[in-house]
Each structure stands twice: as C-alpha cells, then as structure tokens.
Design a protein around this ligand. Sequence first.
Ligand SMILES: Cc1cc2nc3c(=O)[nH]c(=O)nc-3n(C[C@H](O)[C@H](O)[C@H](O)COP(=O)(O)OP(=O)(O)OC[C@H]3O[C@@H](n4cnc5c(N)ncnc54)[C@H](O)[C@@H]3O)c2cc1C
Ligand SMILES: NC(=O)c1ccc[n+]([C@@H]2O[C@H](COP(=O)([O-])OP(=O)(O)OC[C@H]3O[C@@H](n4cnc5c(N)ncnc54)[C@H](O)[C@@H]3O)[C@@H](O)[C@H]2O)c1
Length: 467
Amino acid sequence: MAHYDLLVIGTGPAGQKAAIQAAKLGKKVGIVERKRVVGGVCTNTGTIPSKSLREAALYLSGFHQRSLYGASYRVKQDITMEDLTFRANHVINREIEIIQNQMTRNNVDLWFGTAAFVDPHRLRIERSDDLVEHTADFVVIACGTVPARPSHIPFDDHSIIDTDGLLTLKTLPKSITIIGGGVIGAEYASILATMGIHVTLIERRPRLLEFVDQETIEALQYHMRSIGVTLRFNEEVVSVERQPQEQVIVRLKSGKEIAATTVLYSVGRTGASATLNLETIGLVADDRGRLTVNEHYQTTVPHIYAAGDIIGFPALASTSMQQGRHAACHAFGIPCQTQSELMPYGIYSIPEISMVGRNEDDLTKNGVPYAVGIARYREIARGQIIGDELGMLKLLFHNKTRQLLGVHAIGDGATELIHIGQTVMAYQGQIDYFIEAVFNYPTLAECYRVAALDGINQLPRPWPPRT
Ligand SMILES: Cc1cc2nc3c(=O)[nH]c(=O)nc-3n(C[C@H](O)[C@H](O)[C@H](O)COP(=O)(O)OP(=O)(O)OC[C@H]3O[C@@H](n4cnc5c(N)ncnc54)[C@H](O)[C@@H]3O)c2cc1C
Ligand SMILES: NC(=O)c1ccc[n+]([C@@H]2O[C@H](COP(=O)([O-])OP(=O)(O)OC[C@H]3O[C@@H](n4cnc5c(N)ncnc54)[C@H](O)[C@@H]3O)[C@@H](O)[C@H]2O)c1
C-alpha cells in the first residue's frame, strides 16, 4: 500500500492531464486504469480511431479530388476494413506509447486494475490475480463513459453494434442503419457514405445536431443526402430485429421498416460510475451515471474531484483535458481559469463543422443586434485549389460595436480555422481586424477577411464609426 498526494481514476484525457499537472507540481501521483492499455475511450475506441478512420476514408475514397477529377475518381476501388484499421491501429499504438512515456517521465505510478472507493481517502484496485489498496489526500474521478446499451436492443457486436464496436468489425458493412443523429451518428454516417456504403440515419429530432448553426446544418444535410445518406427525422425506433440472410430490420413508430446488414446504435453514453462504490463516500450519480461538480470540478466531498465525460456536457476530449488540469491545480492551490464561454466545438463529419461563441438563435432570443458576414470557399482561391465547393465561414458580429460574437464554419480545415476567430473573440476584437490584417495567400484563412468585408457591406451606410 502507498500513500499519494493525488490518485486518479482513469487514463483518458481528463485523468492524464490531472496526473501530469499534479506531478509537475512535485506531487506524488498514482493513476489507475481498468483496461489493459492507457488512453481511455479517446485513444482506443473513440476520438483517435474515428478520426484516423475518417482520414483513411477521405484518402482512399479520393473524396477531395472528386470535384476536380470527376465523381468516379478513387485512390482504391474496394476499400476494406484492414485498410482502415491499419491506419487507425498505427495512430492508436503511437498515442499509447506517448501517453505511457509521459507518465513514466513524470514519475506517475501507473496501476492497472479496477478502482473502487473503500472510504473517502482509500481506493481498492482489483486486478485479475490480486488486490491492492492505496490512500490519497485528493482523488480525481476521470472514469469516462460506456456506450448506452438498452436491453431492448439485441446487441451481438457483429450485426448490431454500439459506438465502440465499429472498428472491431471484420468486414465493412454493405449497408448500415445508424440510430441517433448526434455527433457520433453524424460523423460515422458521413464517413461510411463517403466510402460508398448505403447509410440510413434515424433521428427522433427534426434535424441533426440542434446545437449547431441552422445554415451550417442545412449544408451538412444537403451534402450527406448528395452522397447517398437517407436521413429520417422525427422518427422513433420501436424494435431492432436480426433476420436470416445478413439482414437487420429496424421498425419505426411511423410504420417504416428499414433493412441493412448492420445497425449502429449511437444514442449517447452513460457515466462509468456503477462500480466505483460511490455510496461508501456519500456521492450519488444521476440516472445516466454522471457526477455533479462545482466550477472547480469538486464533488460534494471537497477532496474528491470529477472531470471529463463523467460530469456530462460537453463531454469532449478537448474540454476533458482542461477540466483534469483545472481539478489538479485547484486541489494544490494553484490559480487556474477555464474560458468555457469560448469553447470551440469540432464535428468531424464530412465535411467537417466547427464553431465558437454565440449562434444566431441565441443572439436573437437575447435581443443582441448582430450582423452576418459570409465567405464561401468556392469564392476563395484556396477553396478552388483544394476543390471544396461547399465550404463556408460565417461571422456574427455586433452591428454597432462590430465586436466578433460567433464564428461558424463548414468545410475542409474548419476545425483548425475556427481558432483564429476564437483568439480574436478572447481579446474582444472587432471584425475590422480581419480587414486590416494581411493573410497568407492563397489560404482558407482569407475567408475571415472576405466574410468581414461581406458583413460590413450589409450594414446601413455610411459605415458606423468604430467605438
Ligand atoms: C466515437 C467517438 C468519437 C469522438 N470524437 C471526439 C472528437 O473528435 N473530439 C473530441 O474532443 N471528443 C471526441 N469524443 C469524446 C472523447 O472521446 C471523450 O470526451 C473523452 O475520451 C473523455 O475523456 P475522459 O478522460 O473523461 O474519459 P475516457 O477517455 O472515457 O477515459 C476513461 C478511462 O477510465 C477508465 N476507467 C473507468 N472506470 C474505471 C475504474 N473503476 N478503475 C480504473 N479505470 C477506470 C476507462 O477504462 C478509461 O480508460 C469522441 C467520443 C467517441 C465515443
Ligand atoms: N467531434 C466530437 O467532438 C465528438 C465526436 C463524437 C462523439 N463526441 C461525444 O460523444 C458523446 C456521445 O455522442 P452520441 O452521438 O452517441 O450522443 P448524443 O447524445 O450526442 O446524440 C444522441 C442522438 O440520438 C438521438 N436519439 C436518442 N434516442 C433516440 C431514438 N430512440 N431514436 C432515434 N434517435 C434517438 C438524440 O436525439 C441525439 O440526437 C457526446 O457527448 C459527444 O459530444 C464528440
């Protein structure tokens, strides 16, 4: 048994960053992982694999080149599961190595096994052949989530899979029904359709991703339909039934029956808190297994913190890292701030989407007078060169002060491009910055200048003086 300044449960982004931050402060740190590898959902089954798969699909399908060389252009005609997993596994293994190295370099003790609380300062770590106990002054719970697997869905991890199951398939589906048009559903639907797989996406809401700018989502939905995705909105799933001859039927409340070789169930995830023995320390998870924390990620037991997906929205790798670091800083009295109102969102659908700041619905609801400036990739030299016909960057700014209030982008590089707007917003900048600055040419960043000019041209003349 050892005593630590900090014990962390989980080696995903939240746990890693909490552990490294505490170690950098000279603290004695231990981290526990129940799987046989470090990295969590992010490295092993979620973010990294899905983004590697996307990159492989984009390359092999020749997607980016089609507008220049024709719709039938392909780098490889028959894309196989091995083609995709080859690339994903390469990246996953490198990432695991990097994480493990970081822990070793920073003297963080790594314990493989399943952690559970014995009392508020003591964790039991159960391994296949033995059991150890360690104590700590502080604990960070960063145990993440598991896919929701309701009992009425007959999962078999072969023809009916959850969101962790796609990469473990032996062959690519011939056709797929995706239940749930959240971030995972939208990303996988567009990736699979890009490779020529017929996809039906079922969503109970009237559109995809309701938190994303309406115009941006319309563009995504238009593109998804154009590559063969059937979008079914306002639909409820009644049953999922496996049939002979490699067929799974999804029955909808509206009476429709949708057949495909594979069904992917992607309607959210549940906090992995069930085995933590929370009742012994007086913590209660909500009905989706999540924990409640204050602005410093402290639970109601002050020396026990929780960070990452286990605390719910926004449940991103990007935010989880920051939350983990923030929790460790707070525990050891180091000032730390998280700029949550300028948190960017990146959705790796094809085409990709990104946003930061406020959207039109929110500004309208709150009576903020704003104007809009838009640049389309097809009107930008770089957009023409890369052959992106659909891309768009949209700036929302205050129509009197010209302060930048929100940026919404769809198209190649959108998730990178958004950070320019994020920085300007962090310094309360006005869109005039984009007009006065010189950008490399030809770049997609030029969209900022074009959109700013477009926005200013929409204002009543003469242009209002700067305040
Ligand atoms: C398909 C998919 C794609 C995604 N894409 C993106 C993306 O593009 N961008 C983005 O920002 N986010 C993305 N996400 C979300 C991102 O993966 C998560 O937000 C992130 O992994 C959460 O990090 P975490 O540290 O909270 O938990 P996790 O990464 O889930 O790690 C938790 C770890 O804790 C371990 N653990 C659990 N219980 C115990 C226990 N009792 N004892 C010991 N160890 C335990 C688990 O085994 C796991 O290794 C994606 C998610 C999925 C599923
Ligand atoms: N790029 C990224 O940042 C990224 C990528 C993938 C996943 N993630 C994270 O992973 C988490 C899980 O994502 P997700 O997409 O599984 O969950 P989600 O909660 O985001 O989406 C679930 C969707 O399923 C719909 N739905 C629920 N029940 C349904 C039913 N019975 N029939 C039809 N539709 C139904 C919901 O309306 C919702 O749109 C999210 O928190 C997300 O932020 C992030």
